[in-house]
Design a binder for this molecule. Structure first.
Ligand code: NAD
Length: 358
């Protein structure tokens, strides 16, 4: 299992993204994003996504260097159709526009439609927080076979539909708190990683083709049967359904009930809020810190080592992996090399780019 230091992984991702046809700016957006996903511990959304992106490109479902269409630009409302553009770039550019608008008007409602996979949604919350903005997002996942069985369903009917919310922290620009999660018990990419590693998924996260509980990710990943379960029974399921409705029916992105072509589309209804227009920004950061301290002051529950807050596991992982490097499991590494090969990248080029950035 190779362990790569961040510059080596960044260089490898950049080589593949560039060969996929992305220009320099888009390549940087993709490499920064995927590396950050690995650093924060979300291997499901890191370098291991590249094989899927190469497939999407070769099947015509991912358009490098796409020009998004501004469908509506009316004060605090922005509607942007990404037209299957590279998700990381489409979403980051759209959120940057929404940040500018929120700075002017206090808030901006952004409906981003039909981007190819946008990856780790928390990245856009971090982007907003670096600009001093609070961020809320409802995201759906479509054009792909459904992955999540809503409460009471014996089969999948929506995607893993992530929800994300963050408020900015202090002067360092990092979010004070950042909740970023799939509405399934585990993200689909985590089932893929488990499959690649030949291990089970956690109890209560998956059902098989007949609707019975299973821990084997093979059906879902290899045969596209069965479904991931919503977290928190009817409540997580309800949030997943609302992500679908907010991003699809309200935001105008593709919906889970529409024809699936075999790509991966993310639509996102996001709200960017300038805290300074609602409250004193220092008071927001201080209030969030005080709330966090209040929660942390609790006695630790049996079976837990400590109380963590949303965003903390990611910050800790980023520190650790930034120092020690990122271990890429053998199954994922093999898939990445195969995907690179499909773009005509040789093993020698990979060895060279990794060695020269080690
Ligand atoms: P997760 O379960 O690892 O974490 C979810 C949230 O819980 C995070 O905010 C984390 O900080 C917090 N958390 C984790 N452990 C904690 C603890 N012990 N105490 C307190 N808080 C804790 O995340 P996930 O649901 O597996 O999602 C992984 C990633 O997948 C996310 O970045 C999400 O955006 C992404 N995703 C993307 C898509 C897409 O289509 N683009 C779809 C689904 C998920």
């Amino acid at each position: 299992m190779p362990t790569l230091k961040p510059p080596a992984l960044h260089a490898l991702i950049s080589l593949i993204a560039r060969r996929m046809g992305s220009d320099a700016a888009e390549t940087k957006e993709v490499a920064d994003h995927l590396l950050r996903a690995n650093l924060t511990g979300h291997d499901s959304h890191g370098v291991g996504m590249l094989p899927a992106y190469v497939r999407l490109l070769q099947d015509g479902f991912l358009v490098p260097n796409q020009t998004p269409e501004t469908v509506l630009d009316a004060g605090a409302l922005l509607v942007i159709d990404a037209r299957r553009g590279c998700g990381q770039r489409m979403a980051a550019d759209a959120v940057r526009r929404a940040i500018g608008r929120a700075r002017e008007l206090g808030a901006c409602v952004l409906a981003l439609r039909n981007a190819s996979h946008i990856g780790r949604v928390g990245a856009y919350a971090e982007l907003a927080a670096r600009h001093g903005m609070a961020f809320i997002a409802f995201v759906n996942v479509t054009d792909h076979h459904d992955m999540q069985a809503p409460y009471g369903c014996a089969e999948a009917r929506v995607g893993t539909n992530p929800f994300c919310a963050a408020v900015p922290g202090g002067d360092d620009g990092s979010p004070a708190l950042l909740l970023d999660m799939a509405t399934t018990t585990i993200a689909a990419g985590k089932a893929r990683i488990a499959y690649n590693k030949g291990i089970d998924v956690p109890e209560g996260s998956l059902i098989d083709a007949d609707g019975h509980p299973t821990n084997d990710p093979g059906g879902l990943i290899r045969d596209h049967t069965g479904a991931l379960l919503s977290f928190g029974k009817h409540k997580g399921s309800g949030l997943a359904v609302m992500c679908e409705i907010m991003a699809g029916a309200l935001g105008g992105g593709q919906r889970a009930d529409q024809t699936c072509h075999g790509g991966i589309l993310n639509s996102m209804l996001a709200v960017v809020i300038d805290p300074g227009k609602l409250n004193d920004p220092d008071a927001v950061a201080a209030g969030a810190a005080s709330t966090a301290a209040h929660i942390r002051s609790s006695r630790v529950a049996p079976g837990f080592e400590q109380v963590l807050l949303p965003g903390e596991p990611e910050r800790r992982s980023a520190e650790r992996r930034g120092r020690d490097g990122i271990a890429v499991d053998d199954g994922t590494w093999r898939e990445v090399l195969e995907a690179a090969g499909k773009l005509g990248i040789t093993q020698g080029e990979i060895d060279q780019v990794v060695a020269s950035n080690a």
